[in-house]
Ligand binder design. Structure first.
Ligand SMILES: Cc1cc2nc3c(=O)[nH]c(=O)nc-3n(C[C@H](O)[C@H](O)[C@H](O)COP(=O)(O)O)c2cc1C
Length: 223
């Protein structure tokens, strides 16, 4: 492995989805650096379709309050349809990472209340001091979403490179009308997800596990 690939692989290994943050803020110059690095990803026609809405403390608290208030409404109203179903290997992988989280935080099988309380922590942004809401132009369709996905991944990696932990949260997109109203998002854009970020609370049990990846022969084909 070249030293560059080793460095990248190390960075990829140290990133994880953080679900418990310290209150300590990240200096704005570091937030700018994360975004400047993340925006170097490729996008179709270099359209750079991501719009990044950074929430100030009061806005974050207001949005969180409204999301928490809506938490007992089971139905989701995302701008972009959520997955129809997870079947086969996708179902297995989803269940495995879900149980890793539940085992870490002590939610037992059948404990629906515990599971929904853990889910509701999404609406408190897991205590993160910073939240970025990512939107994409409706006109660019699936390829705009694809480009934004690249940006989101690069954001999490750039953050990890300077010791800042993060988590992309599609859960927030399930309440898109609330996000749109609070943040005054134009109708021609879709709410994709939040990225909550800050410094990881290493003692939080939700941060105590790491997910696995499939072997190459499960998903790589030479034809
Ligand atoms: C687009 C996207 C949306 C996600 N939404 C959520 C979410 O709403 N809540 C959550 O706890 N984790 C969410 N995650 C985190 C995934 O569960 C996590 O990336 C996956 O289990 C792999 O674990 P890792 O990120 O720690 O490697 C999301 C990740 C992505 C990429």
């Amino acid at each position: 492995m070249s030293p560059e690939l080793k460095d990248l692989d190390k960075l990829m290994n140290c990133r994880f989805s953080c679900r418990g943050f310290l209150t300590k803020a990240v200096e704005q110059k570091f937030i700018d650096q994360i975004i400047e690095t993340a925006q170097k990803v490729p996008s179709w026609c270099n359209s750079q379709p991501w719009q990044v809405i950074l929430l100030r403390q009061e806005t974050r608290e207001l949005l969180s309050e409204k999301l928490v208030y809506s938490a007992d409404q089971a139905f989701e109203t995302p701008d972009i349809d959520f997955p129809k179903r997870y079947a086969g290997v996708y179902k297995t992988r989803r269940s495995t990472c879900g149980w890793q989280l539940y085992n870490a935080v002590g939610v037992q099988k059948g404990d629906r209340e515990g599971a929904s309380q853990q889910m509701a922590k999404n609406y408190e942004f897991f205590g993160a001091p910073h939240v970025a809401i990512i939107t994409t132009p409706k006109d660019l369709g699936a390829y705009g979403v694809l480009d934004c996905g690249a940006f989101i991944t690069a954001f999490t990696l750039a953050a990890a490179a300077i010791g800042v932990s993060s988590i992309p949260q599609a859960a927030i997109a399930g309440r898109a009308p609330i996000v749109r109203e609070v943040l005054n998002i134009e109708e021609d854009r879709d709410v994709l997800c939040a990225i909550s970020f800050g410094f990881a609370d290493k003692d939080n049990p939700a941060n105590s596990f790491r997910t696995q990846r499939a072997d190459l022969d499960e998903f790589v084909e030479w034809v």
